[in-house]
Design a protein around this ligand. Structure first.
Ligand SMILES: NC(=O)CC[C@H](N)C(=O)O
Length: 196
């Protein structure tokens, strides 16, 4: 069975576990690097990217996560998870894992509208997806290899680069599983390709 891990160092882990299970895959919380051996895909949850990065370093995950992605295994980052994946962060000298060729801005929708919901058209997923944004980042600039899946107010809020996927919003916080199902399909397909 396709198994998807949720990086469980900090953030909204439980909701992702539920949405992966409802989307037909097995879900496991990932707390130790050895567990990466047993999973086909990985989700970086929302939370606080700076804290998550600190924990990634202290639990020895930095190289392990980059190697996991380097093997062609799919990774999906939501919100703080998206920030972790970017090569560049506005106003900061360096990015974190640098998996997707894009520049992101943190807390980019302003303090007054820290959280909101918005119906979005998402390429290959849905034309009426209810997206929940919480102190969300957005993608300021994306490289040519990055496929834009959704925008809101002309800002990129969902994107894909090969086996990497990210959203500024939280698809796990609604009971509409279509986005997570899209990721589960990516993982199922890569699992077949990597096995052959
Ligand atoms: N809901 C979220 O994940 C918020 C992300 C947070 N603002 C950060 O910079 O890490």
């Amino acid at each position: 069975m396709t198994t998807i891990g949720v990086l469980a160092l900090q953030g909204a882990v439980r909701e992702h576990i539920r949405s992966v299970e409802e989307s037909g895959a097995k879900a496991v919380e990932i707390k130790r690097t050895e567990q990466l051996e047993d999973i086909d895909g990985l989700i970086f949850p929302g939370g606080e990217s700076t804290t998550m990065r600190r924990l990634i370093n202290s639990y020895g995950f930095f190289t392990a996560l980059r190697e996991f992605g380097g093997k062609g295994k799919p990774i999906f980052g939501t919100c703080a998870g998206l920030i972790l994946m970017a090569t560049e962060i506005e106003g900061q000298e360096t990015g974190h894992l640098g998996l997707m060729n894009m520049k992101v801005a943190r807390n980019a929708f302003g303090r007054q509208v820290a959280s909101f919901e918005q119906k979005l058209a998402i390429e290959n997923v849905a034309d009426d997806f209810n997206a929940v944004f919480i102190r969300a980042p957005y993608i300021v600039k994306a490289g040519a290899e990055v496929e834009v899946l959704a925008t809101y107010q002309d800002r990129i809020v969902a994107a894909k680069q090969g086996h990497y996927l990210c959203t500024a919003f939280h698809p796990e916080l609604t009971d509409d599983n279509r986005f997570v199902e899209y990721f589960v399909k990516m993982v199922e397909e890569s699992r077949k390709t990597l096995a052959s």
